[in-house]
Design a binder for this molecule. Structure first.
Ligand SMILES: *Cc1c(COP(=O)(O)O)cnc(C)c1O
Length: 382
């Protein structure tokens, strides 16, 4: 049986995207490919709401994008402030340490966020060259108040503002230009619903200037200045071979997204998140993050007493639905449910129904249909 992939990436891949992958592999200078690459770069800008931003599509995944953002905005000895809401926030610290960047961390308890005032205080205390924040930290399911943070950062124009949108871009609104984000990167295999294999980043003018001000950096393939001529004029330059078929897939993924409409998509995920959350609450589960900071792309769902993590997830998988385990300190206490990418009500309803079947299989005490009923009220109420 094909399993429903309700994990925070990779998310289910639409057949038309799989078909795009199987198109003929042509030269990176083939006019048809060049046209597709150009459109893909433009569509990326539309998704993050920028006109002036410079997009980059580089073979890799989200983690490579994190590293690209770091090495192009900081050098050894420069100062980085990491705002961390979990596992992926902490990953920036590890990356920065590889390059001997001086890093300070403002970390929240897992499931909470660092207050905006605290970030403001830290920035006033001393100068930071760059600040990073994950829009949604996939390990904790919390969503950072980017717009508010962007507002504060307007007082610190010398600090480069990096946003990790891997678990958010295309699923939750991100207004790169209005919110003053300097480098934003997305994840192919998360809210875009495309197979993993590409790093998608957008740099604004300030970020490109920062790259130039660094001079020689400790990177070759990850140096955005080496990719810049190719991204500006795909027809005329070679730096490194594009992942041709992956670009086809991303192109199709973006077309689906834009045809549906970004606003529609953002609303849809909010509705799906609420449906899951009310359904699961009705079944006795609780949510790690409070409502105000809860992500619409992934939920972190705490087990009620009497449910053992591994046996629940194994049984659920056997019944047809894959969810993810908790990370770090949250391991065993919760499971993570992805609800982003190219999914519809069908996946939401099927997932909840199979969760109920699984709970019944493990003899958990509940009323069959209670969760699905609560979810349907959110999904189908007039
Ligand atoms: C998944 C994820 C990453 C890492 O992306 P990979 O594609 O797995 O390398 C980074 N940041 C966030 C917020 C993520 O969810």
């Amino acid at each position: 049986m094909k399993k429903l992939m309700m994990i925070p990436g990779p998310t289910p891949v639409h057949q038309s995207i799989l078909n795009a992958l199987s198109k003929d592999t042509v030269s990176h200078l083939d006019p048809e490919f060049v046209k597709i690459l150009k459109e893909t770069l433009e569509d990326l800008k539309t998704v993050v709401m920028t006109e002036k931003g410079q997009p980059f599509i580089i073979p890799g995944t989200g983690t490579l994008a994190m590293e690209v953002a770091i090495v192009n905005s900081l050098k050894k000895g420069d100062r980085l402030l990491v705002v961390s809401h979990g596992f992926f926030g902490d990953r920036f610290v590890e990356i920065a340490k590889c390059y001997d960047i001086e890093v300070e961390v403002l970390a929240s308890e897992w499931g909470k966020i660092v207050e905006v005032e605290e970030i403001a205080r830290k920035l006033k205390e001393k100068k930071f060259d760059t600040i990073t924040i994950s829009h949604v930290d996939t390990s904790t399911g919390v969503c950072a108040p980017l717009e508010e943070i962007g507002e504060i950062l307007k007082q610190f124009p010398e600090t480069v503002f990096i946003v990790d949108g891997v678990c958010a871009t295309g699923g939750i609104e991100e207004r790169m230009e209005d919110w003053g984000i300097d480098i934003l990167f997305a994840g192919n295999q998360k809210a875009f619903g495309v197979p993993p294999g590409l790093s998608n980043l957008v740099f604004n003018e300030k970020a490109l200037e920062r790259r130039n001000s660094l001079g020689k950096i400790t990177a070759f393939y990850m140096d955005v200045n080496r990719w810049l001529p190719v991204m500006r004029n795909p027809a005329g330059a070679y730096f490194s071979t594009h992942a041709i078929n992956m670009v086809y897939a991303l192109h199709q993924g973006l077309k689906i997204m834009l045809a549906e409409g970004l606003e529609e998509r953002f609303k849809k995920y909010k509705r799906f998140a609420s449906a899951f959350q009310s359904g699961l609450k009705e079944l006795g589960f609780d949510l790690l993050a409070v409502e105000e900071i809860r992500a619409n792309t992934v939920s972190t769902i705490l087990y009620p007493a009497g449910i053992e993590d591994l046996s629940f997830r194994e049984k659920l998988y056997e019944n047809g639905v894959l969810v993810s385990a908790g990370k770090g300190v949250l391991a065993g206490k919760l499971f993570r449910l992805g609800h982003m990418g190219n999914i519809s009500e069908n996946e939401v309803v099927a997932t909840l129904s199979i969760i109920e079947k699984t709970l019944s299989d493990i003899n958990y005490d509940f009323r069959l249909g209670a969760g699905i009923g609560a979810a349907e009220k959110v999904l189908f109420a007039k």
